[in-house]
Design a protein around this ligand. Structure first.
Ligand code: ASP
Length: 348
């Protein structure tokens, strides 16, 4: 009898401690963190194979610091990320916070397009509560897989009180990055992410989180952007500029009547005369053209070598072409006014 009472007593204590732990929901989308290969010592693998409950099972001690639930939103390599999955993530994340189902969200995601999803969520999840993305460079079956550590760290970041109100974060290889600033900088190394313009905002090490700086950009509850399950996104494409580039891609997009084009220009968002003429044709056709740069750091400024007022273009400020596309898609859902769209680029 005494044993039963002691057992029940400890059960009650465990349950009440568990109830006080911060609640984290992990929204899983696949990626290498859920990747499995035939051999532990060779590179080949398939992304998005392992379910989220198994990934959580690989870090059992995390249960001491947080109460964790996993939800499988998708199971793709992030090269196959779609706007439909973005919508599912955004709608579910907003619902989780609106219904107070969790204190923080972690998203597991492939690294290839993690920066785009991160920035998208940054713009459409209207909450001060933390949303932290992570992934891995090595599949779960590899020697020294980096996924379990990255997932543990991302949860540590998500439950840290200082992570609130910082917008969406990416936690990777012990660095904490602002989703707006971060970029995948290495194709295969485990320290794959960096923020060329700003550096990381903090570090997570040995279960502790340190922040060094905050973004001045407006995000979170103040965001003017939102998506619903039935949202239809405008079509915005990216065209790369390179020496002697012909205008064919631009003309093809004009013929397709796309809504927006981001040009990954050279240097300060420059392009050649053939592109210049094609951009004039695109602008006359009512397509919003945004000048970004293929150069990985720095801003694209108005009216430098190209007079944007004359040409009718806008600039991406310091957003990479792939992130400028995300903002232009969301911006075009609100307005076609180029002045307003330009303001979005300076503000968000
Ligand atoms: N191709 C993979 C993906 O983005 C790479 C990774 O996750 O590291 O899903």
């Amino acid at each position: 009898m005494k044993k039963i009472i002691t057992f029940l007593f400890s059960l009650v204590i465990i349950i009440s401690v568990q109830a006080q732990l911060p609640r984290v929901i992990i929204l899983a989308t696949g990626g290498t963190i859920a990747g499995a290969g035939a051999s532990s010592d060779r590179a080949g693998y398939t992304a998005g194979k392992i379910p989220i409950d198994d990934l959580i099972g690989a870090i059992p001690t995390v249960k001491k610091v947080a109460s964790i639930t996993g939800e499988q939103i998708a199971s793709v390599g992030s090269q196959d990320m779609t706007t439909d999955i973005w919508k599912k993530l955004a709608v579910r994340a907003n619902e989780i916070f609106a219904k107070n189902e969790a204190d923080a969200i972690v998203v597991t995601h492939g690294t290839d397009t993690q920066e785009e999803t991160g920035y998208f969520l940054d713009l459409v999840v209207a909450s001060e509560r933390p949303v932290v993305l992570t992934g891995s460079m090595r599949p779960a079956t590899a020697i020294s897989a980096d996924g379990p550590k990255n997932l543990y760290d991302a949860i540590t970041v998500a439950i840290n009180p200082n992570s609130k109100g910082r917008g969406v974060l990416i936690s990777f290889n012990e660095g904490i990055f602002d989703a707006r600033e971060v970029m995948k900088l290495s194709t295969t190394k485990v320290n794959a992410f960096g923020s060329p313009n700003t550096g990381p905002v903090g570090q997570v090490y040995d279960g502790k989180v340190e922040y060094y700086m905050s973004s001045m950009r407006e995000v979170n509850v103040k965001t003017p952007f939102s998506v619903q399950a039935d949202t239809k996104f405008p079509r915005v494409d990216i065209v790369y500029m390179y020496a002697d580039a012909p205008p064919d891609m631009l003309d093809m997009l004009i013929a397709k009547k796309v809504d927006g084009i981001v040009i990954a220009g050279v240097g300060n968002g420059n392009f050649n005369k053939a592109y210049m003429d094609a951009v004039k044709r695109a602008v006359s056709a009512g397509i919003v053209v945004c000048r970004a740069s293929r150069t990985p750091s720095g801003r694209v400024v108005l009216h430098d070598e190209i007079n944007d007022d004359e040409l009718g273009t806008i600039v991406s400020d310091d957003l990479t072409p792939q992130k400028a596309r995300v903002l232009l898609m969301l911006g075009l859902m609100k307005t076609k006014d180029k002045k307003q769209l330009q303001q979005y680029f300076f503000k968000y």
